[in-house]
Design a binder for this molecule. Structure first.
Ligand code: ADP
Ligand code: MG
Length: 598
C-alpha cells in the first residue's frame, strides 16, 4: 500500500517536471470510508452464518462428507451435467432457429414459430415430461419414411427408444427452446436498425448479416437472460426425478429414504448445485466480457488478468495508460486522395429516369429525373422532408422505386435486362450489385463491436471474397488516406464523431465503388469536427469517383460540387452549376431556401 507521503510526493512531482510526460504518473484510487464500514459488516454476517452452520451438529456434516464424493452421487451429478449441457445446446440451437423464423418476413414461418412458443410455454415442464414418457400409449411405433406413400425406411418401438434419459433430454430441450427463442428474439430486436441497414448497404449476405453483425451485438442482450435460463435449466433437471431417472436429486432421495439422513443428503445436492451454478456464472462473466468489446467506453481487462492482479493485490490493471499520439488530421494528409485501384473517369454514370416513390398516401419522390456524369460531384440541397435521403436510398436500392428506373452505367438497379425484358432481381443479386455503390450515413452506422480495421475489411472479405491479408493491406492504406493510421485497432466508441465518419468513408471506399453516396455526412458532427470530414470528401472529389452528397454545407457545395440540385416536396426544383444556382437561382423557391441557409 502507498503511504500518505508517497501520494503527496506523487502530486507534488509534476510541478517540477514536464507536464506532458503522463507515463510517470501513478494513480492512487480514492478512499471510500463507507465502503470500508460496509465491508466489515458483510464480513461479520458471513462469519456468523458460517459459525452457525459449522458448529450445529444437527447439520450432520460427517454424513455429508461420507456421501459427497460417493459413487452414486457422482454418477447422478454426471447425468445432471450432461442433461444441462445437451439440453442447453439443443434448446438454444432450436430457439435460435425459432427466433429467426419469428422475425422473418414469411407470415407462415413466423406464425409456426409463434404457435410453438405459445404452446410450449403454456405446458408445465412436469406435464410435458410425463406426456412424453407415456408417448408409447399414443404411438406404439416411431416410423421413418415418406408420409402417405407407404415407403418406410425404419420402424422403432416407441417404449424401447424413449428411455428415461431420452425423454428427459427431449422434454427439457423442447421446453428450453421456447424460452430461448424469445430471449434471442429480444436480442435481435435490440440491435439498432441502422446496423441492419449499413450491413445491407455493404451487400453482406443475409447469413453474414445475421451471424457477423446482428448476433454478436444481440449477444449482449441475450447473455444475461440466456444464462438465467441455463441456470434455471440446471435446476429444472431435478424435475426429471418423476421419470425415476437417477440424476443428482433423485439419487440423493434414494439414499436418504434408506438411511433417513435427510438434511445432510439434501446438503450434498445443494453444495453440488452451488458448484455447478458458480461455474456457470464464471463462464457467463467470461463470455459477456468477450461480447462487450467495443460496447463500453472502457474495455474490461481480460478475466484472467483481473483475477491475477487481484491476487497480487496490485492496482496495475486499473492504471491508465499514457494517451497514444492522436492521428493526423485529414488536412495534413499530403498524399493525393486517389481511391486505391481508382476507376477511370468513364464509369459511374447515374441515370435517374421518372422515379416516383410513395409511402402510403404520401408522395415522397415525384417524377425525379437526373443525369449525373461519370466522376461528377453532385450536391443535393433542400428542406427537411424534401425526399433527399429517399432519393439516395433508391439509388442504392435500399428503397424500391414505385415508378421509373435508375441505371448505373446502363445497368438497371434492381433489374436484369434481357432485350426489352426486365427481370426483377432477388435480394441476394441486388446485394451483390450494391457493392458498386458506397454509402456514408449521417450517423456513421459503424459496427460498434468491430474495430476500425475490421469494419473496413468486413465487406471486401465476405462480399468480394478478397483474401483477408490483401483486404487488411487495402484497409490500412485507406486508413492512412483518411489520416487514421494509428486508430486501426480502435472500436468506434473510442473515436470522435469526425474520426468515426472518416472510418465510415474508408469502409465505403474499400469496395472500390463506382458511385459514392453521402447522406448529410457532417450533420451529426460538432462544428469543429465538420472540417476534417469535409476535407476528406474534398480530396475524394478529385479522384474521379462519382459522388452524390446531400448536405447543408453551402460553402462546401459551392467549392466542391460540379452541379447542385435543389429539391422540395419530392421534386427536383432546379439543377445547375454552383455559380449559377447560388448566385442567380432561376426559381423563387431556391432563392427563398438559400436566403435561409446562407
Ligand atoms: P429528407 O432526407 O429530404 O429530409 P426523407 O427522404 O428522409 O427527407 O423523407 C421524405 C419524406 O418521406 C418525409 O416526409 C418522411 O417523413 C417520409 N418518409 C421517409 N421514409 C419513410 C418511411 N419508411 N415510411 C413513411 N414515410 C417515410
Ligand atoms: Mg434526410
Amino acid at each position: 500500500m502507498a503511504s500518505t507521503t508517497d501520494v503527496v510526493e506523487a502530486i507534488k512531482l509534476p510541478r517540477h517536471s514536464s507536464i506532458q510526460d503522463y507515463s510517470r504518473y501513478r494513480v492512487v484510487p480514492a478512499k471510500h470510508p463507507w465502503r470500508f464500514v460496509g465491508s466489515v459488516l458483510a464480513a461479520f454476517i458471513i462469519a456468523v452464518t458460517f459459525h452457525s452452520i459449522l458448529t450445529n451438529p444437527n447439520w450432520g456434516w460427517d454424513v455429508f462428507a461420507q456421501f459427497f464424493f460417493s459413487e452414486p452421487v457422482l454418477v447422478g451429478l454426471g447425468r445432471t451435467i450432461l442433461l444441462t449441457v445437451l439440453a442447453s445446446a439443443i434448446g438454444f440451437l432450436l430457439g435460435g432457429t425459432l427466433a429467426f423464423a419469428r422475425v422473418s418476413k414469411s407470415p407462415l414461418l413466423s406464425g409456426l414459430s409463434w404457435a410453438y412458443i405459445w404452446f410450449l410455454r403454456s405446458i408445465p415442464l412436469i406435464v410435458l415430461l410425463l406426456v412424453l414418457n407415456n408417448l408409447g400409449y399414443l404411438y406404439a411405433t416411431v416410423d421413418v419414411g415418406i408420409p402417405y406413400t407407404g415407403i418406410l425406411f425404419a420402424q422403432f418401438n416407441t417404449v424401447e427408444i424413449l428411455s428415461p434419459f431420452a425423454v428427459a433430454l427431449i422434454g427439457l430441450s423442447l421446453n428450453q427452446a421456447a424460452f430461448s427463442a424469445e430471449i434471442i428474439r429480444g436480442g435481435i430486436l435490440s440491435v439498432d436498425h441502422g446496423q441492419h441497414e449499413a450491413a445491407a448497404a455493404l451487400g453482406l449476405s443475409r447469413r453474414r448479416q445475421a451471424l457477423n453483425i446482428v448476433l454478436p451485438q444481440a449477444m449482449r442482450a441475450i447473455l444475461p437472460s440466456g444464462f438465467n435460463e441455463i441456470i434455471g435449466l440446471a435446476k429444472a433437471t431435478s424435475m426429471v426425478y418423476v421419470l425415476a431417472l437417477p440424476e443428482l436429486f433423485y439419487t440423493v432421495q434414494v439414499i436418504y429414504r434408506r438411511n433417513l439422513e435427510v438434511i445432510p443428503l439434501l446438503m450434498v445436492a445443494t453444495v453440488w448445485y452451488l458448484i455447478i451454478m458458480s461455474v456457470l456464472s464464471l463462464i457467463q462473466i467470461g463470455i459477456e466480457r468477450h461480447f462487450a468489446k467495443g460496447a463500453l467506453r472502457n474495455a474490461p481487462e481480460p478475466l484472467l488478468r483481473t483475477i491475477l492482479a487481484f491476487t497480487r493485490g496490485g492496482t496495475e490493471a486499473s492504471t491508465p495508460k499514457p494517451a497514444p499520439a492522436v492521428g493526423r488530421p485529414a488536412s495534413a494528409v499530403k498524399k493525393p486522395m486517389a481511391v486505391p485501384g481508382a476507376r477511370s473517369n468513364n464509369v459511374g454514370h447515374i441515370d435517374i429516369h421518372g422515379v416516383s416513390k410513395r409511402f402510403g398516401t404520401l408522395t415522397v419522390l415525384d417524377n425525379v429525373n437526373l443525369s449525373i456524369r461519370p466522376g461528377e460531384v453532385t450536391a443535393i440541397l433542400g428542406p427537411s422532408g424534401a425526399g433527399k435521403s429517399t432519393l439516395l436510398r433508391t439509388i442504392n436500392h435500399l428503397e424500391r422505386a414505385d415508378e421509373g428506373f435508375i441505371a448505373i452505367d446502363g445497368e438497371l438497379i434492381g433489374y436484369e435486362r434481357d432485350g426489352h425484358v426486365l427481370y426483377e432481381l432477388k435480394e441476394a443479386a441486388i446485394r451483390r450489385r450494391r457493392s458498386a455503390v458506397g454509402m456514408v450515413f449521417q450517423n456513421f452506422n459503424l459496427f460498434p463491436h468491430l474495430t476500425a480495421l475490421e469494419n473496413i475489411i468486413e465487406a471486401p472479405v465476405s462480399v468480394q471474397k478478397i483474401p483477408r491479408a490483401e483486404a487488411i493491406d487495402l484497409a490500412r492504406d485507406l486508413l492512412a488516406r483518411v489520416g487514421l493510421s494509428e486508430k486501426e485497432d480502435a472500436y468506434p466508441r473510442h473515436l470522435s464523431g469526425g474520426q468515426q465518419q472518416r472510418v465510415a468513408i474508408a469502409r465505403a471506399l474499400a469496395l472500390k465503388p463506382r458511385v459514392l453516396l453521402f447522406d448529410e455526412p457532417t450533420s451529426a458532427l460538432d462544428p469543429e469536427l465538420v472540417g476534417e470530414v469535409l476535407d476528406v470528401i474534398k480530396e475524394l472529389a478529385t479522384s474521379g469517383t462519382t459522388m452524390v452528397i446531400v448536405t447543408h454545407e453551402v460553402g462546401f457545395a459551392r467549392e466542391v460540387a460540379d452541379s447542385v440540385v435543389f429539391m422540395e416536396n419530392g421534386r427536383v426544383v432546379e439543377v445547375g452549376p454552383p455559380s449559377q444556382l447560388f448566385n442567380a437561382p432561376a426559381h423563387s423557391r431556391t432563392a427563398e431556401f438559400l436566403a435561409k441557409v446562407l
